[in-house]
Design a protein around this ligand. Structure first.
Ligand SMILES: Nc1ncnc2c1ncn2[C@@H]1O[C@H](COP(=O)(O)OP(=O)(O)OP(=O)(O)O)[C@@H](O)[C@H]1O
Ligand SMILES: [Mg+2]
Length: 302
């Protein structure tokens, strides 16, 4: 596991910070009052004294507050960003490792088993054994296929191959054709850029889950997918005009085996510091929208 960034420790607890600020205000104000000549009010009047006092207090407090509040808050924001990067790169690495282990380990064992069964099938003279080996080879082929699908699913290789925009268009076209539901896709902002890996994976997974939910549960006439890049965020929305549902019934349910898809959308987006919103009513369709901050400027697509 990576080490945490060394500066992810707060110098002061918020309560200590508040006490320090109060102490500073007290000391600075007392110093100003002592420094101002006692007879000043006779020359510039009480209003002038109040204005001078406020002016000096503000001027002296600004650097102190910058040091005591603004600097530590900046540090917290930087730290949060580093923690996110750290956690996400760890997750991504684990997923890749798992995908490799699945593919190269269990996948190879399944492949070897199939070769063995094929050899039994070819060399045996017993019709019963040939038939059994043939059936087992089919089961083995399905097992191997499932392992490969699982390994691919952990990090959609299509993202590395063609990039996020084309991968999403490809996915929606295939889904629309397979289920005979029109899916309008507006994701042209993504065509010529590459985003950080963690964001691409999350956006692709969120789109996949939201579209597959619409197809499986909503019986819609159409599905609309919009993805926009702004200066600081990637905004996505998947909406359908299907049967809709009451989100509270699903998300508040306490059952052990509560559905995973919607919760996973929310968690993926929150992990990246973004916000996700689900709007649905029975008979009124469903919309899932998410806004994810771009951790760095998009790079041009190679
Ligand atoms: N677009 C939609 N239209 C209608 N109902 C929906 C829609 N999306 C989700 N739902 C309802 O919310 C439930 C929870 O969805 P969720 O994606 O969390 O789980 P799931 O799709 O049932 O299972 P999985 O864990 O495979 O995703 C669904 O079972 C369905 O009843
Ligand atoms: Mg689902």
């Amino acid at each position: 596991m990576n080490d945490l960034p060394y500066y992810c420790k707060l110098a002061l607890h918020p309560r200590q910070m508040t006490l320090l600020v109060l102490f500073l205000v007290f000391v600075i104000e007392a110093a100003i009052m002592l420094a101002l000549p006692a007879r000043l009010s006779e020359t510039i009047g009480p209003l002038g004294v109040a204005a001078t006092d406020s002016f000096l207090l503000t001027v002296l407090l600004v650097p102190c507050l910058w040091w005591v509040i603004v600097k530590p808050l900046r540090r917290i924001a930087d730290c949060r960003q580093h923690l996110l990067d750290w956690a996400l790169s760890g997750e991504e690495r684990k997923a890749r490792q798992l995908a490799r282990d699945l593919h190269d380990g269990i996948g190879q064992i399944a492949a070897a088993m199939n070769i063995g069964l094929a050899s039994i099938e070819a060399n045996s003279t017993e019709p019963g054994i040939i038939e059994q080996a043939g059936k087992l080879r089919e089961v083995g082929r399905q097992l191997h296929e499932s392992i490969r699908t699982l390994a691919r699913g952990l990090r959609p290789s299509v993202l590395d191959d063609i990039g996020l925009g084309p991968a999403i268009s490809h996915y929606t076209q295939e889904t629309a054709a397979a289920f005979a539901i029109p899916i309008t896709t507006n994701a042209s902002d993504l065509d010529k850029v590459r985003l950080p890996e963690a964001i691409e994976t999350a956006v692709f997974r969120v789109v996949q889950e939201a579209v597959s939910n619409a197809v499986r549960h909503a019986h819609p006439q159409r599905i609309d997918l919009d993805i926009l890049l702004t200066d600081h965020n990637i905004e996505l929305s998947v909406s359908d005009d299907g049967c809709g549902f009451e989100p509270e019934d699903i998300l508040d349910c306490r059952s052990q085996d509560k559905p995973f898809g919607l919760i996973s959308i929310r968690e993926r987006v929150h992990l990246l510091g973004g916000t996700a919103l689900l709007t649905s009513r029975r008979g009124r369709g469903t919309q899932i929208s998410a806004s994810i901050p771009l951790l760095s400027k998009p790079l041009p697509h190679a």
